[in-house]
Design a protein around this ligand. Sequence first.
Ligand code: ADP
Ligand code: MG
Length: 576
Amino acid sequence: MKNYKRLLQYIRPYLKQLGLAIICIVLAAAANLYVPWIIKDMIDQVLSDKNMALLNVIAIGIVVVFFFRGIFYYGQSYLVSYIGQKVIIDVREVMFRKFQRMPMAYFDRHQTGETMSYITNDVAAIQSALVDQLIEFVTETSILIGSIVMMVYLDWKLSLLTLVIIPLVGQAMKIFGRKIKRNGTVIQERMADITSLLQESISSIRVVKSFVREKYEIDRFQRQNELNFQAAMKNVQLTSLLTPTVEFLAAIAVTFIVWFGGYEVINGEITAGALIAFLTYAINLANPVKRLSRLYGNLQKAMAAVDRVFHIIDLEETIRDKKDAIELPQIQGHVTLDHVTFEYKKGVPALQDVSLEVKPGEMVAFVGPSGAGKSTIANLIPRFYEITGGSIAIDGHDIRDVTLASLRGQIGIVPQETMLFSTSVRENIRYGRLDATDEEVEAAAKAANADAFIRNLPQGYDTQIGERGMNLSGGQRQRMAIARAILKNPRVLILDEATSALDTESEKIVQKALDDLMVGRTSFVIAHRLSTIFNANQIYVIDHGRIIEHGTHEELLEKGGLYSHLYNIQFKKTEA
Ligand SMILES: Nc1ncnc2c1ncn2[C@@H]1O[C@H](COP(=O)(O)OP(=O)(O)O)[C@@H](O)[C@H]1O
Ligand SMILES: [Mg+2]
C-alpha cells in the first residue's frame, strides 16, 4: 500500500488530466444508470397511461444521453492512456538512471536478463495497472454506488436484502486475491529466469556450440519453461475459479431478491415498473462486483511489480559522491595506495595491506598468478569498488573526497576485451570525449595505429559496428579502445591485460600503440607477457591479495623470488 502511494507521486504532475479523466469516466458510467429508469417510466406511465408526450421525451433523452456518453468515453480513454504513458516513461527513466548509478558490485551479482526484466516487464505491468485498471475501477465503482443509491430510492427493504449478500461475495474475493498476488510474484520471477537463460545461452552461443552443449542448453531451457508453465497454470486456475464462484453467489442473491420483490408487487407495495427497474439495477450490480473482484486480483499482480520496481529504486548506491565532495582538479598523476584492504564478499579479503606510490609519469606493473588480485587493485583506483580499509589518493586527494565524475574523467582504462556500441566506428571512438571533432577522432585513430584498418572498412569511419554491423577482430577492438583513451587524454592510465586476448601478430601492433599512449602518463600495467614490463619503474608482484615483492626488473631477478621464477618459466618457454 505504501508503494501504491509512492506510485501516485508519479501521477502528481498530471493531476489536472486525472481530474478531467475521472469526471469523464463517472459521466460515461452514469449513462448506464439511465436505462433502468427508462424501463420504469415506460411500464408505469407510457404503456399503462398511453402517455405520448413522455414517450417523445424518453426518445429524445436516449439519443442525447448516449451521444454524450460517446464523448465522455473518448475523453476517458484518451486522458487515462496519456497519463499512463507519461507515468511509465518517467518510471522507466528513473529506473534507467538508477541502474546507471548502481555500483559495479550490483552488476557482478545480477544477471543482465534480470535487470532488463525490471525495466520491461515490471514497468509494463504497472502501466496496465494504471490505465486499464484505473478506468475500470472508477467506472465500476460509479456504477456500483449509483445503482445502490437508485435501489434504495426505489425500495429500501429490497435493497437491504441485496446488500446483505454482497459482503459474502467480497469475502470470497479477498481470499483469492491473496493467493493470486503470491502467484504473480512467482510468474514474474520465472519469466525473469527464462529471460536470463535466453540472454546467457544466446550470447554465449559460441561456447555452447564449441562444447556441443546444445542438448544440455535445451534441457536447461525446457526445465525453466516447464516451471514457468506450472506457475502460469496455477495462476490461471486461481483466476478461473474465482469468476464462477463469484457469479454463483450473485445468482443466489438475485433469486432472493426476485422472490421478495414479486411478493411486494402482489401486495401493492411497489409498482411493476419500479420492480423491473430495481431488478435491472440489481442484475447490473453483478457486473461491477465481478469486475471489481477481478480487478482486485490484477491489482495484486501489479502491486507485486510495483514492489519490485520500488525495491530497485530504493537500492542503496554504495558508491556515490559525498555531500561535500569536491571536483578533483587537473591532476599530475601522483597515485598512492596506503595500507589498502578490500573484500568483495564480507569476511573474504581480496586485498590485504597493499601500499604503493607512483610518481607522475611513472609506469608500474603488477605481476602475479591469476586470481592474485591484480585487476582488483586496478578497479579500486577509479573507485569501481569501495575499499574496506586504508586509503587511495591522487595528488594528495583521497579518492572518496572527490566527485566520481572528476575522478574517473581523468583515468583512462584499456581492458582485456573492449566493448563497442552498435553505432559507427567514429562514434565509438568519440565515446572517449564527446565533444571531439572529426579531425580529432581521426588523429586519435592514427595515433592508435587504427586509421589504416578503419579506412579499409566498407564505409570507413561511418561503418556500423555490432549486432547489425561489422564485427571487428580483437586487435582492431583494442586499437579502438586505445584511440578512445587517446581522445580522453587522461593523466592516469590503467592497462589490464590489454593484449592478452590477442594473437602475437596483433599484439605487436597494439603494444606499439600502447607504448606511445603511456608516454608521459602515470601508468598501471598488468601484463601477461613479462617482456612488455621490463622497463617499468616499479614492478609489484602480487600473490593472494598481498604485495610480496617489488622493485625494478633487475632487482627482482637478483632477489630470486616469485618474479624470477615466473620470468624463468616464460623465458624457458620462449627459448624452447
Ligand atoms: N567481481 C568480483 N566479485 C567477487 N569476487 C571477485 C570479483 N572479481 C574478482 N574476484 C575475486 O578476487 C580475487 C582477485 O581477482 P582478480 O583481481 O580479478 O585477479 P587477477 O586480476 O590477479 O587475476 C579472485 O579470488 C577473484 O575470484
Ligand atoms: Mg585480472
